[in-house]
Design a protein around this ligand. Structure first.
Ligand code: C2O
Length: 573
């Protein structure tokens, strides 16, 4: 099925009764001092029948219920809260080595208390269209030209818009109620909703600057062959959409490499179309559980990337991170602009890349996949300047339906749905070299290594498989300021150097884009790859063990602290 169906709307969204104009201010009400939502828990029963004394497990377990069936009630025993952004504690960012010092905090934040954002009642939709077939280029360049002409300290200026990203991912903002704890919008389940809000206000502000509330952003359609070049609207040197700090070998007609290894896998330095499509199938269609796709829980007080249990979802690692690294300028210290989180949003192509990431969220939901009902997810909140210069607080649950936000994506074919990876070899063709179990922890640097991992359970029933994804979970430690990519192959003891994602033996990749945060240097996280379908296709579902091969592709070393198979990991922390 290759079309987008209307999204089911899972949460109650506040919609004001105001006009669809750009000025919904009459419908605003000041938010309470803290944008945090009261501690809530869920009294719906747990589909796994697990003991309900661990609140977090119970909440996350709800992912298995139809969201409509879930009802929420106050629970005085609740322990955590949703993360919320403390604008008043904004401070200088932590930056990776080699980055020029910059400020990231929004202007005037000391004086303004954020108010709760009320979504205008939109009567027509802004339809975002592919950048290679974009009819509104004149409007877009005009709006960006005006944005770039605003003084740096104007909240709508180009400088300020790009600094939003720096503030939210380099330890400028802290969390409400958790003094000094970094607010970080990557590496967890808030990755998709935060970026949806960010683009929403960017689009509204651009529309306001040209007095056209119907203005809609383009998206970089890198998931289809016709959109795999860097979109030409960004590569014209005379255009305000141009940026010089990009990989100069990747200008059109080079195709994007969604599996970018620091060098191209395809012929002529281009990405390989089939490998790109198979990558989309594996990272989007095949990832059925929301916590595997979105990322793992991140709650108030949690330090990002500083302990096992947190981690990016499949969409963030690949293609999100790989497209960032593919686009950035390799001659810069941190692959600026797109290759480092603090600088990425200085490149106009950032917003086009993220529009397609956002579209992939809508596409994924259109497959009938459940959403996350945990209140700590639903209530996570951020602060932005809206198009009317109000400092506003917005939360995840108001961002689930793009139509409530007044936009949608042009419906396009999804060619990758036909590109399910296929086995490179049959079981009989495998050489069966004996592989030893490596002692943990071990360091992965420039050598390919193989180890054996025991499976706790084989031949699960279809029902069990539908409920829980068999997952390979790595606990890894690495330097977050450095670039890193390694691939994971299953049952490839020998001649595995091909590492091509169009083959089924390729299970996934861990990719880090340079960033810095509260804790300098080494950082620990989990990396999860689903292998249920993969093991069936490799005819390995009755094997007690699997061979796991790790292929370092570029960057710094990584310490592999643990490798295990779990049937829970995408759902529980
Ligand atoms: Cu906030 Cu593409 O990263």
């Amino acid at each position: 099925m290759a079309t987008l169906s209307p999204l089911s709307f899972l949460a109650t969204t506040k919609v004001s009764a105001s006009s669809p104009s750009l000025l919904p201010s009459s419908s605003r009400k000041p938010s309470k001092a803290s944008p945090r939502i009261a501690k809530v828990s869920c009294n719906a029963s747990n589909p796994q029948g697990e003991p309900q004394n661990n609140r977090r497990d119970v909440l996350v377990g709800l992912g298995g219920l139809g969201a409509a069936a879930a009802t929420f009630s106050y629970n005085p025993l609740a322990l955590a809260d949703a993360v919320a952004t403390d604008v008043h504690a904004c401070h200088k960012p932590s930056l990776p080595p080699g980055a020029k010092p910059i400020a990231c905090c929004p202007p005037n934040y000391e004086d303004k208390e954020p108010i709760e954002y009320v979504i205008p009642k939109y009567t027509s939709l802004r339809i975002r269209t592919p950048a290679h077939d974009y009819a509104d280029l004149d409007k877009y360049t005009k709006a960006i030209t005006i944005m770039k002409s605003l003084p740096d300290d104007h909240p709508h200026s180009w400088t300020q818009q790009s600094r939003i990203h720096c503030a939210y991912c380099h330890n400028s903002y802290t969390q409400v109620g958790h003094k000094g704890v970094e607010m970080q919008v990557h590496f967890s389940w808030i990755f998709l909703p935060f970026h949806r809000w960010y683009l929403y206000f960017y689009e509204r502000i651009l529309g306001k600057l040209i007095n056209d509330p119907t203005f809609a952003l383009p998206f970089w359609n890198w998931d289809a062959p016709e959109g795999m070049e860097m979109p030409a609207i960004f590569t014209d040197r005379r255009s305000p959409l141009y940026n010089a700090l990009r990989n100069q070998n990747h200008l059109p007609p080079t195709l994007v490499d969604l599996n970018w290894n620091g060098r191209s896998t395809g012929v002529d330095g281009s990405g390989d179309v089939e490998a790109n499509l198979a990558t989309m199938y594996r990272q989007v269609y095949e990832v059925k559980r929301p916590l595997c796709f979105y990322g793992k829980p991140y709650r108030a007080g949690d330090k990002p990337l500083s302990g096992s249990g947190n981690g990016s979802g499949s969409i963030e690692l690949v293609p999100h991170n790989t497209v960032h690294s593919w686009t950035g300028d390799k001659t810069q210290p941190n692959i600026e602009d797109m290759g480092a989180l603090y600088s990425a949003a200085r490149d106009p192509i950032f917003y086009c890349h993220h529009a397609n990431i956002d579209r992939m969220w809508s596409v994924w939901k259109s497959f009938g996949r459940e959403d996350i009902t945990d209140p700590d997810y639903q209530n996570a909140s951020y602060v932005f300047y809206d198009e009317n210069l109000n400092l506003v607080t917005v939360k995840n649950s108001d961002a689930f339906d793009t139509k409530k936000l007044g936009y949608d994506y042009k419906q396009l074919d999804l060619p990758w749905l036909k590109y399910k990876p296929t086995p490179r070899r049959t079981k009989a063709q495998r050489h069966g070299r004996k592989v030893k179990k490596l002692d943990l922890p071990f360091t992965l640097k420039d050598k390919i290594v193989s180890t054996v991992v025991k499976r706790p359970q084989t031949n699960r029933s279809q029902l069990e498989k539908d409920e829980k994804e068999e997952s390979l979970v790595f606990t890894i430690q690495f330097d977050r300021t450095k670039h890193l990519k390694f691939d994971v192959l299953i049952n490839e003891e020998e001649d595995y150097k091909w590492a091509n994602p169009k083959y089924r033996e390729f299970a996934g990749s861990f990719v880090n884009v340079s960033h810095a945060g509260q804790d300098p240097g080494a950082t620990e996280t989990t990396f999860t790859v689903g292998i249920t379908d993969l093991l069936e296709q490799l005819d390995a579902d009755d094997d007690d063990t699997i061979v796991v091969t790790l292929v370092p592709q570029y960057g710094d070393q990584v310490i592999i602290k643990d490798i295990k198979i779990s049937f829970e990991e995408c759902r529980l922390r």
